[in-house]
Design a protein around this ligand. Structure first.
Ligand SMILES: [Zn+2]
Length: 276
């Protein structure tokens, strides 16, 4: 039988969806101990529980025989099954749509991967630009709003990488395109600039706004929420459009910072908005 080549998106989606505690506990009786689970190791003749599973790290480890890995590895080792088969099996179980890769599409995908890497860089550089602007004279009103009206400490402002988009039409554009020499098309694809409807050229999507970076679970900036600082500037919140990196429907603000506490306490409180 021909083994299909799985699309990396499918593998990533299955990896995100599959829960190691769920999978291991089908084969091993697990007991909760602190934030982890322990049980008898299925990979060696275990007399006392030396097998530990961490839901936070999505990882298992045996202190006696050294077996360890993620959910894929567990199923591969336990069932002596190939990688693709395990992923397909989990895809079915977690209802992840399966995409396979045709040879002709591999090159396009390769380009897409480097595109994503370039976009990550552009968005990260933009985030630093906004952060810097918040602490410049331009950002004085925005900073006063955060500290004075919202009561945020400098530590929180730094931790959340809050920033300020200056009021000009081409401030970020000038920095990213003219100074840093990022290709215009990529800066547009990152959702940071918008083509003019009349004539040629681009303008900054976010102007005179408080900038709140939106991070993925791995802590990488993928987009922004921009809050207006004056009542005349509508809308009150302007978000990045959906891009190659940012999918509004699949992103939960703050998850990168909360995930450890969520797995520790087995609970989460989801609220609306960026600021309390
Ligand atoms: Zn073991």
């Amino acid at each position: 039988m021909d083994t299909p080549r799985l699309h990396p998106d499918t593998i990533a989606a299955v990896r995100d969806r599959a829960d190691i505690v769920d999978i291991v506990s089908e084969h091993v009786v697990l007991k909760k101990q602190g934030k982890d689970y322990t049980g008898l190791c299925p990979f060696h003749d275990d007399k006392s529980p030396s097998f530990s599973v961490s839901p936070g790290k999505q990882f298992y480890y045996c202190f006696s025989c050294g077996a360890g890995g993620n959910a894929f590895k567990f199923m591969m080792e336990l069932g002596k099954r190939p990688f693709t088969e395990v992923v397909l099996d989990l895809a079915k179980r977690y209802q992840v749509p399966v995409q396979t890769l045709e040879p002709s599409k591999r090159q396009a995908l390769q380009q897409q991967l480097t595109l994503r890497e370039q976009l990550y860089e552009i968005v990260a550089v933009a985030a630093r630009f906004y952060e810097h602007a918040l602490l410049s004279p331009d950002g004085e009103a925005a900073l006063a709003y955060l500290v004075g009206q919202r009561g945020l400490s400098p530590e929180i402002i730094q931790q959340f990488q809050l920033g300020y988009a200056p009021g000009g039409w081409q401030t970020l554009y000038g920095y990213l395109v003219d100074q840093k020499r990022f290709p215009v098309a990529l800066v547009e694809q990152a959702g940071l600039i918008v083509p003019r409807t009349q004539g040629s050229g681009y303008y900054d999507r976010f102007r005179n706004r408080l900038m709140i970076p939106i991070l993925d679970v791995r802590g990488r900036v993928i987009g922004f929420g921009g809050r207006s600082l004056s009542d005349e500037d509508k809308p009150k919140y302007l978000n990045s459009p959906d891009t190659e990196l940012f999918d509004k429907g699949k992103t939960l603000f703050g998850l990168d910072k909360a995930r450890e506490a969520i797995s520790k306490t087995d609970g989460a409180v989801v609220v609306e908005g960026y600021l309390t």
